[in-house]
Design a protein around this ligand. Structure first.
Ligand code: SAH
Ligand code: SF4
Ligand code: F3S
Length: 439
């Protein structure tokens, strides 16, 4: 029996990276590793990276530089880079940073234990293939240990949409959907381990079309099938593309009790001219009509979005169109970014917007979004919501959880335990969370 080795994983980027980090730590669990929450004293450090914007990618190199001291203290320490920077710049990482022992792209995680073994033999290992075999089939089955009540579950990966600004189709590869029975057994497994809520993940999750026992399943059909699992109480999904919001998925929001009233539906811009240049293949108007139909199916749904400001050639009028769209939708949540030039994407070649102008637009957009977010959160006061408790709060007796609309909610002096779902009356709305009492 070999002694347990320590693995430290640092995760950047989107929820799929959070899911992948969990799967990598499970895969390396089979190779004698257990995870630790500090890089000090670790036998292996893995950075699970994000390439979406320039800043995200640059962080990797500065972080790696900091591990020099640890490697000097422990020459046996292995350093690995996973995720989307690994996929996009694997060779360059190896060249620029001799400290790195291992580079593994998102489609090769099942090969990690074997790669780790090679590094123990003194090799530097790199794998950024898009292999034929399905990594999910080959990844170790999930251990039975108990875990927190909310979990991510990847059902779809990759993207064929090729928005003109985005690296994801290059780093994650072509769209693929996991078969229904695999998703079902992983979900049942999670429920056995204490999970009450799953968030189905995919870069274009609503383009899901997995093979099931009776033909091909849409995301809506998958959600309805997952709803039959006893003990699984809540289902969410992210991220969706407006063009894949089908009638059956809209209907599911009205019919499926376990499907939570929250939808992240990025639009990026409110200007048709810019949407066209972004290769989004929808218009501002079609997006607004879609939101209307979704709200007709589920009137209290909270809409969330993503926005890019300062996309090449964006004028003041284009930006104003985005602000108008935001006014029309009234978002409960939104993420907004200054356009970042990504090498190899079509938009990188075009006339860039003055960075100060882009910064000013970002601030104005974020101020509007904050007002809307706050108004939606404040409108919860006096209402009864359901809350899934995820952890104890900082004060004695306090518990913290998420409402069906994904607001953070805390209750004082409660006997509730982690994993419990309670009816809560909201009494107050603070800067980042709601406060309530259990009914
Ligand atoms: N697959 C998801 C997530 C993509 S990345 C989707 O399609 O929505 C998350 C967000 O990052 C995008 O929605 C977009 O708003 C932003 N983003 C992507 N590329 C970017 C870039 N080059 N510069 C700035 N923001 C970007
Ligand atoms: Fe990127 Fe567009 Fe695909 Fe989303 S839909 S991952 S923004 S290319
Ligand atoms: Fe980043 Fe890759 Fe996710 S680029 S946002 S980690 S898919």
């Amino acid at each position: 029996m070999t002694a347990t080795k320590k693995l430290y994983i640092k995760t950047y980027g989107c929820q799929m990276n959070v899911y992948d980090s969990e799967r990598m730590s499970e895969a390396l669990g089979g190779a004698g590793y257990e995870t630790t929450d500090s890089p000090d004293g670790a036998d292996m450090i893995l950075l699970n990276t994000c390439h979406i914007r320039e800043k995200a990618a640059e962080k990797v190199y500065s972080e790696l530089g900091r591990f020099k001291r640890l490697k000097a203290e422990n020459p046996e320490l292995k350093i690995g880079v996973a995720g989307c920077v690994a996929q996009a710049e694997g060779e360059e990482i190896m060249r620029r940073q001799p400290l790195v022992d291992l580079v593994v792209g998102p489609q090769s995680y099942h090969r990690l234990p074997e790669m780790e073994a090679r590094t123990r033999g003194g090799e530097r290992a790199i794998d950024t293939d898009f292999p034929e075999e399905d990594k999910f089939e080959k990844l170790r089955s999930r251990p039975k240990a108990r875990r927190g009540p909310a979990a991510f579950l990847t059902v779809q990966e990759g993207c064929d949409k090729f928005c003109a600004f985005c690296v994801v189709p290059y780093t994650r590869g072509a769209e693929m959907s996991r078969p229904v029975d695999r998703v079902m057994s992983e979900a049942r497994d999670l429920v056995e381990r204490g999970v009450r809520e799953v968030t189905l993940l995919g870069q274009n999750v609503n383009a899901y079309h997995g093979q099931g026992p009776t033909g091909e399943y849409s995301l809506a059909r998958l959600i309805r099938t997952l709803s039959d699992i006893d003990g699984l109480e809540r289902i969410r999904f992210t991220t969706s593309h407006p063009n894949d919001m089908t009638d059956d998925l809209i209907a599911a929001h009205g019919e499926c009790e376990k499907l939570m009233p929250y939808l992240h539906l990025p639009v990026q811009s409110g200007s048709d001219r810019i949407l066209k240049r972004m290769n989004r293949s929808h218009t501002a108007e079609s997006y607004l009509r879609l939101i209307e139909r979704i709200r007709a199916a589920r009137p209290d749904i909270l809409i969330s979005g993503d926005f890019i400001v300062g996309f090449p050639e964006e004028t003041d009028a284009d930006f104003q169109a985005t602000m108008d769209l935001i006014e029309a939708v009234h978002y409960g949540q939104a993420f907004s970014f200054k356009y970042s030039t990504r090498p190899g994407t079509p938009a990188a070649e075009r006339a860039q917007v003055d960075p100060d102008v882009a910064t000013d637009r970002l601030h104005r957009l974020q101020a509007l979004i904050s007002r809307q977010q706050r108004a939606v959160q404040d409108s919860m006061v006096g209402r009864e919501v359901s809350v899934l408790f995820e952890k104890p709060g900082r004060l004695p007796g306090q518990m913290v959880g998420k409402s069906d609309h994904l607001h953070a909610v805390h209750v004082a002096d409660s006997n509730a335990s982690v994993g419990e779902i309670s009816r809560v009356r909201i009494e107050d709305s603070g800067p980042n969370s709601l406060a309530g009492v259990i009914l």
